[in-house]
Design a protein around this ligand. Structure first.
Ligand SMILES: *Cc1c(COP(=O)(O)O)cnc(C)c1O
Length: 367
């Protein structure tokens, strides 16, 4: 049996009539850069997040970059963040000329460990930027408390966590600004690149809108140095269609995740720990084992695709060499990078496919 690691074709096929109509409407209107479909999606996505404002961007990376710009973070400033994430979390910090200050993850959840954050705070620290990794929420309450105590901004990277909840409250409503990604592989994906910034403050949202459009509020008048970070009209139309299905897709992801957990409970794998009172959205289903590479090769031979999120923590990336970290700087992140294996998880995955993946994992450990 074939179980591809990821397969978007079934979803696109099912939505094809709706997507065709939405894209045709954008073509008829010639509203290609921002426009009515983007505005409508911004309204709907803000509502979905329980937030006052959503600003559409051409990527999640752009949204996170502008989040730091609207907070006036720049050279000389330090941002506390996790070394175990997709690199774009740190790009936002580097783009504004600030310094990413890494703090190790909690070994059980792979999320930024709040217990280690306080000792990394210096007079230069301006913000804490955690990630809701794998679609699980990070431990927001202690992070928000630390931010408040030290007068820091909390900026959430929710690129993988559309609709996740922490103690009943949606991600995106804890931080002063939250970045989402609609890269095609994300839980809510565009037909191309897109992202959004979500926030409560109207003035920050207004400045984010100006920054994404060349720093202008009136055409050809540029109040500050901005970017061409506009969301495309077609992506707004596509996302408007897909948002209506997201709750159903998330329910399917949860069902698959719980099935994996049941089937894998008695194997030697370390399973993803969820924080109590959180509702993750299972962007990824990640297991851990020291023999990860052998297990991965075995699954590949049995037709099961897997992924690695992420094989190299950010403090060991060549591009961040100048930060002066080395092997051993963040042992929990390094162990996770060595042991993590992402199993296939997407709404269209069948029970038989999930059972096949679990069965092949059992076969590997029995051999
Ligand atoms: C995908 C992702 C991003 C970047 O989003 P893009 O839309 O690809 O620019 C940022 N942070 C995390 C954690 C991500 O997974």
């Amino acid at each position: 049996m074939k179980v591809p690691y990821f397969d978007l074709q079934a979803q696109i096929r099912a939505l094809r009539p709706e997507l065709d109509a939405a894209i045709a409407r954008t073509l008829d209107q010639c509203s290609f850069c921002l426009g009515p479909d983007v505005t409508a999606f911004e309204r709907d996505f803000a509502q979905f997040c329980g937030a006052a404002h959503a600003v559409g961007f051409n990527s999640g990376t752009s949204a996170l970059h502008v989040a730091l710009r609207v907070l006036d973070i720049g050279p000389g400033d330090e941002i506390i963040t996790t070394p175990f994430t997709f690199v774009a979390t740190s790009w936002a910090i580097s783009y504004v000329g600030a310094k990413p200050v890494y703090v190790d993850i909690d070994d059980a959840t792979c999320q930024l460990d709040p217990a280690k954050v306080e000792r990394a705070i210096t007079p230069r620290t301006k913000a804490i930027m955690p990630v809701h990794l794998y679609g699980q929420t990070c431990d927001l309450a202690p992070l928000a408390a630390l931010a408040k105590k030290h007068g820091l901004h909390l900026v959430e990277d929710a690129a993988q966590a559309h609709g996740a909840r922490y103690r009943g409250q949606p991600v995106g409503t804890f931080g002063v600004a939250t970045g989402f990604s609609f890269y095609p592989g994300k839980n809510l994906g565009a037909c191309g690149e897109a992202g959004a910034l979500v926030m409560a403050d109207a003035a920050l949202a207004e400045r984010a809108r100006a920054l994404r459009e060349h720093g202008s509020r009136t055409r050809y008048y540029h109040d500050e140095i901005g970017y061409n970070y506009r969301m495309e009209g077609i992506q707004g139309a596509v996302l408007g269609v897909k948002l209506k299905h997201l709750a159903m897709w998330t329910a399917a992801r949860r069902r698959i995740a719980h099935r994996y957990t049941e089937l894998l409970r008695d194997t030697p794998l370390k399973l993803q720990a969820e924080l109590p009172q959180t509702d993750g959205v299972w962007h990824l289903y990640v297991v851990r084992h020291p023999r990860r590479d052998e297990l991965r090769a075995h699954l590949e031979k049995q037709g099961v695709g897997t992924g690695l999120h992420y094989p190299v923590p950010l403090h060991l990336q060549k591009c961040y060499e100048s930060l002066g970290h080395r092997e051993g700087s963040f042992p929990a992140a390094e162990a996770a990078a060595r042991e993590c294996l992402s199993l296939p998880i997407y709404p269209e995955l069948t029970d038989a496919q999930v059972a096949h993946v679990a069965e092949q994992i059992s076969v590997f450990f029995k051999a």
